[in-house]
Structures are given as structure tokens and as C-alpha cells.
Design a protein. Structure first.
Length: 434
């Protein structure tokens, strides 16, 4: 009998390591131990941000103060990416030395039992973290070569001359930036109108302008009814619009929770495994964290969730995790967008401080004239939310996220003297406007 069995070797390993260090008997079940570390490490945030880092350098070299421009060697970059992943995966494996690693697909048919390869393992607590997979809409004939998903895009050995990207969410926007920065003709198709619709209208407008600046053809209200490969081309049929012919189609229409682990009616599922605020499912002592609970499909959220669950198993008096304090961001180029806390749809009665980054010298040499920082505060001047559009916005929003988590008011937060010239100077000004 184990104290805890963790199913899924993504960010679940963070909880397993914590529990093992506290002396608990722990097992971690992973379908393929070569993929220990999960989608984030092998196919998601880490390799994609590496590619975007080098894409940013290539984009900056196109400035007319340089003679010529850099051309990305995609084969060398993919090799470098693979070495990074291999090194990080070895590090994760080394940290799991006190955990029993079980390879195979874990199935829950009865409470406190996990079946793997016809063998049953028992535990007092079971933490499910089986992640998610790309969702491919009906009518799109996926072939992993010309019609691809985020699973394949980071392993391309050469860049296409043109690409259509279906879906203007985080992955679609980031990949559009990557390809456009490297001279690929990009069409970004969105089922609905606009982008980042939960963002402040100033950010929505600036991001649309950024797409145009990057040479990305943004096609709103384009619903794909069928996509097939024909004569070395992808033929895309659209609802009430003319067909599109392109070299490659990248499908970025969201991700679906991996739920094959659940084979008992005791655990309720919908879009994901349903849980309470403590990530406990409808079956007591069985928890779901990360993408499979369909709350926030972000690696850092998954890590925070599994650590919170593990802490509660260890101590039981740990408060629920406030998911509104999770920083969300999209790493587009040349500016990324980040948010934390309250959103514009939930700001009635709040004070709003807005500072445009073109007021600061740093914007002149960072392609950030359309950048903006927006901070929300309550009636007592406590910071309750923020949105930032800036180069590396996920870094710039960090002190605001810390102020929110630390329940700081604007008078305390504004005491820091920021460096000049820097985008951090905007923090001083925005706090004074609240």
C-alpha cells in the first residue's frame, strides 16, 4: 500500500518529489518514462519558448540599422532544442530517485486502486495528472506531416514557404510570431472575431496592430469545415468562404483533457475531471490536477495545484489555491501579453491605472511604442489585477503578481525605485495613478 500514487509524469513529479522527501511511500505512473516531465518539457512551453527566443533575435536583425539579416538554421535549432530537453529530462529523472517509477497506462476502476499492465497498485491517495492532447475539429484530416498540431511543429526539419494556422489562442499566436519572424508567409485563421477577447480593449487593439506589423494575415470568422492534403498542398474548405490552398496547416484549436484513466462512475467528468476548490474529485482521496481538470491549462498552474494537493495530504490545514493569482501570458513578438488577477470583465467599482509605454525611453529601442500597463485596485488601494503588453511581459508583470499575492496596497508597492531606462519605471507611474 502506497501513501500516494501519482498518475501522469508531467508536473505531477513536483508533488511526488515533495511527498517522498517527507518520508511518504510514493509511486509515479507514466505511460512512457522517456516522456517524464510531460508536454511542457518535451512538446510545449520550454521548447516553444526556446524557438521564440531565437526567432526574436532573427526578427531584431531585420532592423535597417543592420546590414543583411540573420537566417535561422532550423535543423541546428531543433538539435539544440532536443539537447536541452534531454538534459532537463535527465535532471527530472535524477530527482525522482526516492520514487517508484511505474511505466504503463494507469487506469482507475475502483477506489484506491490503479491498474497498470494488468497489475493492481493500492494507495491511500491518488493524484491524477494525465494532462491533455491537441483537439482536432471534425473534418480536418490530420496526417502529422502537412496537417499538424503543436505535437509536430517543434520538430520541423525545414520551414514551409507558407502556413495557415487555425486558432488564435495562445499557441496559434505564438507560432504565428515564430513563423513570421523567419520569413514564412503566415495566415492566422480565427473562428470568431478579434483576439484576446478577455483583455482590455487597448491591448486587443495593440495586438491586432502587432499582427499587421509582423506581416501576419489575420482572417477573422473563418470556420474550417474540411481540410485535406491533395497534390502536395493542403486544401482548406471554409464555411461560406472560398477555399484556401497552402503548404501546411497547423491546428491550434485548443486541447482536450486526457480522461482514459477514469473507468469508474465514482469520479465525475465533463470537459475535465470535476473537482472542488481543493482539487479533490467526487471520489474522496482522489484528486485531479493540471490540464486534466480543465481549469487552467498552464504548466505553472499544474505545478502549483499538485503542490497544493500534496501539502494538504501532508498537513490537511493548507488553504485552497487561489487560481486568480496565476500569471497567464502569450509569448508573441515583438511584445508579449500577460495578465494576473481580475480581468476587465470583473472590474466594476475598481480603480484603473493605465500607462502607455511610449512615455518611457526604453520603448524606443524595444519596438514597444504600442505597449501598455494596466493595473486594477480596490477601494482600499489594494492591487487586485493587472495586464501588460510589452517585450517579455511575463517578466514585467511579476512584481505586480507578487504585490497582489502579498496583499500590498499601492502606497507600499510604489516605494520601490526602479532602474532607468527600463520598462519597470512604468510600475512607479501606474501605482501613482490609482
Amino acid at each position: 500500500m502506497y501513501d500516494i500514487i501519482y498518475i501522469g509524469g508531467g508536473l505531477n513529479y513536483a508533488g511526488a518529489i515533495m511527498a517522498a522527501k517527507k518520508g511518504l511511500k510514493v509511486a509515479l505512473v507514466e505511460k512512457d518514462l522517456k516522456q517524464l516531465g510531460g508536454v511542457c518539457l518535451h512538446k510545449g512551453c520550454i521548447p516553444s519558448k526556446m524557438l521564440l527566443h531565437y526567432a526574436k533575435i532573427a526578427h531584431q536583425s531585420q532592423n535597417n540599422i543592420f546590414e543583411g539579416s540573420l537566417k535561422l538554421n532550423i535543423k541546428t535549432l531543433v538539435e539544440k532544442k532536443d539537447k536541452l530537453i534531454s538534459s532537463a529530462a535527465k535532471s527530472v529523472r535524477a530527482q525522482c530517485k526516492d520514487i517508484e517509477l511505474i511505466e504503463g497506462e494507469g487506469i482507475i476502476k475502483e477506489a484506491h486502486q490503479v491498474r497498470v499492465n494488468d497489475k493492481v497498485y493500492k494507495a491511500k491517495h491518488i493524484v491524477i495528472g494525465t494532462g491533455s492532447s491537441p483537439y482536432i475539429p471534425e473534418g480536418i484530416v490530420y496526417d502529422a506531416h502537412q496537417i499538424i498540431t503543436s505535437d509536430e511543429v517543434l520538430n520541423l526539419q525545414e520551414l514551409p514557404q507558407e502556413i495557415c494556422i487555425y486558432g488564435a489562442g495562445a499557441i496559434g499566436l505564438e507560432m504565428a510570431s515564430f513563423f513570421a519572424s523567419n520569413g514564412v508567409k503566415v495566415s492566422l485563421l480565427s473562428i470568431s472575431k478579434g483576439i484576446q477577447k478577455k483583455a482590455h480593449h487597448l491591448i486587443q487593439k495593440a495586438m491586432l496592430g502587432q499582427l499587421e506589423y509582423m506581416g501576419i494575415n489575420f482572417l477573422e470568422e473563418h470556420n474550417i469545415t474540411k481540410a485535406i492534403t491533395h497534390s502536395n498542398k493542403v486544401v482548406i474548405s471554409l464555411e461560406n468562404k472560398e477555399d484556401i490552398h497552402t503548404s501546411m496547416l497547423l491546428v491550434c484549436t485548443g486541447r482536450k483533457a486526457n480522461l482514459s484513466v477514469i473507468q469508474t462512475e465514482g469520479i465525475k467528468v465533463a470537459e475535465g475531471i470535476q473537482t472542488d476548490e481543493y482539487f479533490e474529485s467526487s471520489l474522496k482521496y482522489h484528486y485531479a490536477v493540471g490540464d486534466c481538470n480543465a481549469k487552467l491549462q498552464l504548466a505553472h498552474a499544474a505545478k502549483a495545484e499538485v503542490i497544493n494537493v500534496t501539502q494538504r495530504i501532508l498537513a490537511n490545514n493548507v488553504p485552497a489555491l487561489d487560481l486568480s493569482r496565476v500569471v497567464q501570458f502569450v509569448h508573441t513578438l515583438p511584445m508579449s501579453v500577460a495578465s494576473v488577477g481580475r480581468t476587465p470583465q470583473d472590474t466594476e467599482g475598481l480603480s484603473v491605472g493605465i500607462v502607455k509605454l511610449n512615455a518611457f525611453s526604453a520603448s524606443n529601442f524595444h519596438e514597444a511604442n504600442e505597449g501598455v500597463m494596466i493595473v486594477y485596485a480596490d477601494n482600499d488601494k489594494f492591487i487586485v489585477g493587472a495586464e501588460v503588453l510589452a517585450p517579455d511581459a511575463e517578466e514585467l508583470i511579476a512584481p505586480i503578481a507578487m504585490a497582489l499575492a502579498g496583499e500590498m496596497d499601492t502606497s507600499l508597492a510604489s516605494k520601490t525605485i526602479m532602474a532607468h531606462p527600463s520598462f519597470a519605471e512604468a510600475l512607479e507611474r501606474v501605482y501613482f495613478r490609482l
